[in-house]
Design a protein around this ligand. Structure first.
Ligand code: NAD
Ligand code: MG
Length: 400
C-alpha cells in the first residue's frame, strides 16, 4: 500500500488525482488532503478516501470543516502552518497541486522529508528552482513531473545518456486566441480566456495558456527538471495537443510521447512510477484524429513566452519576479480590472523595475515574490495603467 497526500485536492489536478485513487482504493492509504476554501468538497473527498488529515487553508473555515467531518475520525486543520504540516505527514507520495507560489512552502516541506513529489505546481519551480532542486538532491526526494509536457519528456528522456540529447521540444496548444488579431485580443473577456480549446483546467493556468505565459513558465520548469540548457529548449505550437512533448537526440532520432489530453495519464505515470496503471483516459484513435499540425509561436501577439525566456537567461530573482507579477496580473484580469494584453505588459514592467539578485533561501524567495507583487499592484492602479498603456508618442491627459 502506498501512503499518499494531495496538496490542492479540490482543484482540477487534485480532483483528477482523487478520481484515480478512488478507482483503486485497495492500493492507497490517504494521509492528508488540503484545499484553500472549498470546504464542502474537501470534506466529501476526505470521507470517501478515508483520509487521516484534512486541511483548509482559509482558517476561518476550520469550524465548518470540523462540523462536516464530525464523527468520521478524520483530523481537521486550518491555516498556512497546517498546510505545511499536511505536507510533513509521512506520505510516501505527495501530489503538489496547489496553484501559484502559495504552493512553494508546502511543496518544499514534502521535498525536505525526502518524499516522492508528483509536481504539478510549476510555479514553485519557477519562483524557486535552484532552492527546490537543491533541497531535493540534499534530502533524497524524487520529483516526478506531472505537467503533461514535462511528464512526456520524463518518459522519453535518456537520463543515462543525457549528453546524447540535442534538444527538447515543448508543445503548446496555442490556447483559445491562437488565431485572433491583436485588436481582438485587446477586448477578450475572462470567460473567453478560460474556455481552453483542448484542456479543462483551473482558472489561472487557463489564462496562462491563453497568454502563452504557461509555456514560458514551463520553459523555466523544464530547465530545472532536465539537464538541458535554455538555448536547447524549443517551443512549438501543436493545436491538437496529442504529442505532449519531444526529445531530439544527436543521431537525428526524435522521441515523442502521445496521448489524449487527459491529465489522468500523466498523474497515473507519477502515481504508479516506475510501474504503470490503468486509467479511464480516452484511448488515442489516430485515424479519427486524422491530422496533426505544428507552427512557430507568434512572439508579437504572445510576448509572455519571450519574457519568460529572458527571465530564465537573466537568472537571479527574474523568474521569481516574472511569476509573482504574472499572478497579480492574471488575478486582476480575472477580476475585470485590466485588459488581456496588460498582463504581459505588467510582467515586463515589473521585471525592468526590480532588482534581480538571486534569492537563496525560502525567506528570500518570499521577499522577492512580495516585492514583485507590490510593484505589479502599483502598475494596476489607474495611474500605473495610464503610464504603461499609451503607445509611443502619445501624451497622457495630465501631460496635454
Ligand atoms: P485549480 O485552481 O483548479 O486548483 C488549485 C488548488 O489549490 C485547489 O485545491 C485550491 O484549493 C488550492 N489553492 C489555491 N490557492 C491556494 C492557496 N493560497 N493556498 C493553499 N491552497 C490553495 O488549479 P489546477 O488547474 O488544478 O492547477 C494546479 C497546479 O497544477 C498549477 O500550478 C498548474 O499550473 C498545474 N497544472 C495544472 C494542469 C491542469 O490540467 N489543470 C496541468 C498542468 C499543470
Ligand atoms: Mg503543461
Amino acid at each position: 500500500m502506498k501512503r499518499v497526500s494531495i496538496l490542492g485536492s479540490t482543484g482540477s489536478v487534485g480532483r483528477s488525482t482523487v478520481d484515480l485513487l478512488l478507482r483503486q482504493p485497495e492500493s492507497f492509504a490517504i494521509e492528508a488532503l488540503t484545499a484553500q476554501s472549498n470546504v464542502a468538497l474537501l470534506a466529501e473527498q476526505a470521507r470517501s478516501l478515508h483520509a487521516g488529515f484534512a486541511v483548509i487553508g482559509d482558517e476561518s473555515l476550520l469550524p465548518e470543516l470540523r462540523q462536516r467531518l464530525a464523527g468520521s475520525g478524520i483530523e481537521a486543520g486550518g491555516g498556512v502552518n497546517a498546510l505545511i504540516e499536511a505536507a510533513e505527514r509521512p506520505a510516501d507520495w505527495v501530489m503538489a497541486a496547489i496553484v501559484g507560489a502559495a504552493g512553494l512552502a508546502p511543496t518544499l516541506a514534502a521535498v525536505r522529508r525526502g518524499a516522492t513529489v508528483a509536481l504539478a505546481n510549476k510555479e514553485s519551480l519557477v519562483c524557486a528552482g535552484p532552492l527546490v532542486m537543491g533541497e531535493a538532491a540534499r534530502c533524497g526526494a524524487t520529483i516526478l513531473p506531472v505537467d503533461s509536457e514535462h511528464n512526456a519528456i520524463f518518459q522519453v528522456f535518456d537520463f543515462q545518456r543525457a549528453e546524447a540529447v540535442e534538444r527538447i521540444i515543448l508543445t503548446a496548444s496555442g490556447g483559445p486566441f491562437r488565431t485572433l488579431s491583436m485588436a481582438d485580443m485587446r477586448e477578450v473577456t475572462p470567460a473567453q480566456a478560460m474556455a481552453h480549446p483542448v484542456w479543462s483546467m483551473g482558472a489561472k493556468i487557463s489564462v496562462d495558456s491563453a497568454t502563452l505565459m504557461n509555456k514560458g513558465l514551463e520553459l523555466i520548469e523544464a530547465s530545472f527538471l532536465f539537464p538541458v540548457p535554455e538555448e536547447r529548449i524549443e517551443v512549438v505550437i501543436h493545436p491538437q495537443s496529442v504529442i505532449h512533448s519531444l526529445v531530439a537526440y544527436v543521431d537525428g532520432s526524435v522521441l515523442a510521447q502521445l496521448g489524449s489530453p487527459d491529465m489522468r495519464t500523466p498523474i497515473a505515470v507519477a502515481l504508479a512510477w516506475p510501474g504503470r496503471m490503468h486509467t479511464p483516459a480516452p484511448k488515442l484513435d489516430l485515424p479519427t484524429l486524422a491530422k496533426m499540425t505544428f507552427e512557430a509561436p507568434d512572439s508579437v501577439r504572445f510576448p509572455a513566452l519571450n519574457l519568460a525566456r529572458q527571465a530564465l537567461q537573466s537568472g537571479g530573482a527574474a523568474p521569481t519576479i516574472l511569476n509573482a507579477a504574472n499572478e497579480v496580473a492574471v488575478e486582476a484580469f480575472l477580476a475585470g480590472r485590466i485588459g488581456f494584453l496588460d498582463i504581459a505588459r505588467i510582467v515586463e514592467q515589473s521585471l525592468t523595475r526590480l532588482d534581480h539578485a538571486m534569492p537563496q533561501t525560502l525567506a528570500e524567495v518570499h521577499e522577492a515574490d512580495a516585492a514583485a507583487r507590490r510593484e505589479a499592484r502599483q502598475l494596476l492602479e489607474p495611474a500605473g495603467v495610464t503610464r504603461i498603456r499609451p503607445a509611443r508618442g502619445l501624451t497622457t491627459r495630465a501631460g496635454r
